[in-house]
Design a protein around this ligand. Structure first.
Ligand SMILES: Nc1ncnc2c1ncn2[C@@H]1O[C@H](COP(=O)(O)OP(=O)(O)OP(=O)(O)O)[C@@H](O)[C@H]1O
Ligand SMILES: [Mg+2]
Length: 255
């Protein structure tokens, strides 16, 4: 394991970077006080890498994930997603960017209870105006990928927690996004089910997905390549858990 300081950490060539944060601040005005939820974060995320973000309560993890997910914009600083500066996008363009490049996985699954598994999975495709036949075909193959081929007609309440999270992962994959963002994806699951969900994420990572996950569980963070720890709105440390040759070649300054 190698310990890096966050500010000095950089991976990959510019074209390999799916995400780049430069001096990013997120400041909330609370009465007459400013709260810096993010305080000058610099970060490069290489395409195909797998990250776990942890840190104590209030350290800025959710703020960071919301920002990476284009659900929010920086107060100050630059966020480049697939090379595009999100500061110069309209709200509509921002939701297009989200639909095109990002898949979201939540602790509470956030499935629509009235819809079947199949309908939940293909929902993002309808928002994109994709032909229903094509959407349904894609939905079926993604459901098979996450082990739900036999459950397409079920509703979320008829599924176990682990199965519900698989539906949510399938839905996140429907647009074939380059980045999967997961907020405590195993937080509502027992250990064995959580491990099987993590194995699925590892498989998706092996297939080339970039994955960024917030978790407070060290056993879950251990599945990722990079463990990023937040503290007081900034990156306290980044630990490379793989340390194989591929990662050792990155332009990294060791702390
Ligand atoms: N909408 C908001 N308005 C004002 N302050 C906020 C807002 N959202 C977050 N904050 C503040 O920003 C800081 C970072 O919050 P954030 O939710 O990102 O932390 P977190 O690391 O996700 O914590 P937790 O582990 O408890 O979820 C905290 O001090 C929080 O109080
Ligand atoms: Mg949070």
């Amino acid at each position: 394991m190698t310990q890096y300081s966050g500010q000095e950490f950089g991976v990959g060539n510019a074209e390999d970077r799916v995400i780049e944060l430069n001096g990013v601040w997120k400041t909330y005005r609370m009465g007459d006080q400013d709260v810096n939820a993010l305080a000058g974060v610099d970060l490069q995320i290489q395409r195909g890498s797998f990250w776990a973000i942890s840190g104590s309560s209030g350290s800025g993890k959710s703020t960071m994930l919301n920002l990476l997910g284009c659900l929010d914009r920086p107060t100050q600083g630059k966020y480049l997603l697939e090379g595009q500066d999100i500061a110069s996008t309209s709200d509509d363009e921002l939701s297009d960017l989200r639909l095109k490049h990002l898949g979201f996985i939540f602790q509470n699954f956030n499935l629509i209870p009235q819809l079947t598994v199949q309908e939940n999975i293909v929902l993002p495709l309808f928002y994109q105006g994709i032909d229903p036949n094509e959407a349904n075909e894609r939905g079926q193959s993604i459901a098979a990928l996450v082990g739900l081929a036999e459950r397409l007609g079920h509703r979320p309440t008829e599924l176990s927690g682990g199965q519900q999270q698989r539906v949510a992962i399938a839905r996140a994959l429907a647009n074939n996004p380059s980045v999967l963002l997961a907020d405590e994806p195993t937080g509502n699951l027992d250990t064995a089910t959580g491990d099987s969900i993590m194995e699925l994420l590892v498989e998706l990572h092996d297939q080339g997905k970039t994955i960024i996950m917030v978790t407070h569980e060290p056993e879950i963070a251990a599945y990722a390549q990079y463990q990023l720890v937040m503290r007081d709105g900034n990156i306290e440390s980044i630990t490379d858990q793989t340390n194989n040759e591929h990662h050792a070649q990155k332009s990294v300054v060791q702390a």
